[in-house]
Design a protein around this ligand. Structure first.
Ligand SMILES: Nc1ncnc2c1ncn2[C@@H]1O[C@H](COP(=O)(O)OP(=O)(O)OP(=O)(O)O)[C@@H](O)[C@H]1O
Ligand SMILES: [Mg+2]
Length: 238
């Protein structure tokens, strides 16, 4: 059993005091893993990622990064712990250039900012070729690649990705999944929230089904794909 990078124990969180959306969620991501979170709209998938990133308050439960309690730390401290995050919406600045978008991702780096951006552009030739263009000129899929690239400039060990394939064409979806796999192959663990549940589970080592702020099912990706209850309740509809 490899080491847990992230361990959530009984996380409760919400947007309004006294009104929890997450009702005690447990989840583990170990080194090297791709783990998916699936579940119906409003289940709390994005809320869980926001709670881990310190964007909303955790009202009960704790979570641990590499074994240390990091509950309710500010977002930049979570980033400094090696966690990257690509939000579900507004994850690039369309009016800024590709290069400027990467610079914003690298703001917390002091000395190595320039060299990190250079290295990131080398890793993503499509972005390098267009680095002076506004991000708003990119296609939906290319924007997601930019958002992924930007999340990598802080050298995370775990990336939290919120629906990176949403609204994309089949070709662009393939490109995004291929890029995520390449990132994982370089040793970055992935926690992936996806509407595209079948695709996500077949792509992942393990998965969690969240429903109404609670854990509903969990298991290996292939196990969940073949679990008649999961298929019946979640995979048919999603
Ligand atoms: N900023 C917010 N303020 C108040 N309530 C919110 C906010 N964002 C989400 N919610 C509520 O929290 C619940 C869970 O939302 P969340 O975005 O986590 O769901 P999700 O599982 O990511 O759904 P989707 O698949 O639609 O992205 C929903 O009832 C939603 O209305
Ligand atoms: Mg969501």
């Amino acid at each position: 059993m490899s080491k847990a990078i992230l361990e959530c124990n009984g996380i409760a969180a919400g947007y309004v005091k006294g009104l929890n959306i997450l009702q005690g969620v447990d989840l583990v991501v170990s080194e090297g893993e791709i783990v998916s979170i699936i579940g119906p709209n409003g289940a709390g998938k994005s809320t869980l990622l926001k709670a881990i990133m310190g964007l909303i308050n955790v009202s009960a439960g704790r979570f641990y990064i590499n074994g240390s309690d990091k509950t309710n730390l500010s977002t930049h401290k979570i980033v400094n712990q090696g966690i990257g995050y690509v939000p579900q919406v507004e994850n690039v600045f369309p009016s800024l250039t590709i290069e400027e978008n990467l610079e914003i991702g690298a703001w917390s780096l002091n000395k190595s900012r320039k060299s990190t951006i250079k290295k990131t552009l080398e890793d993503f030739p499509m972005l390098d070729e267009r680095k002076k263009e506004k991000a708003g000129n990119l296609s939906g899929g290319q924007r997601q690649i930019l958002a992924l690239a930007r999340s990598l400039v802080t050298s995370p060990k775990l990336l939290l990705l919120d629906e990176p394939s949403a609204g994309l064409s089949p070709v662009a979806i393939n490109e995004v999944f291929t890029t995520i796999k390449e990132i994982n192959d370089k040793g970055v663990s992935i926690l992936l929230v996806e509407q595209n549940a079948k695709r996500a589970l077949s792509f992942s080592n393990r998965g969690y089904v969240l429903d109404q702020g609670r854990n509903a099912y969990q298991g290996e990706g292939s196990e969940l794909l073949n679990d008649p209850r999961v298929v019946d309740l979640y995979l048919g509809k999603l």
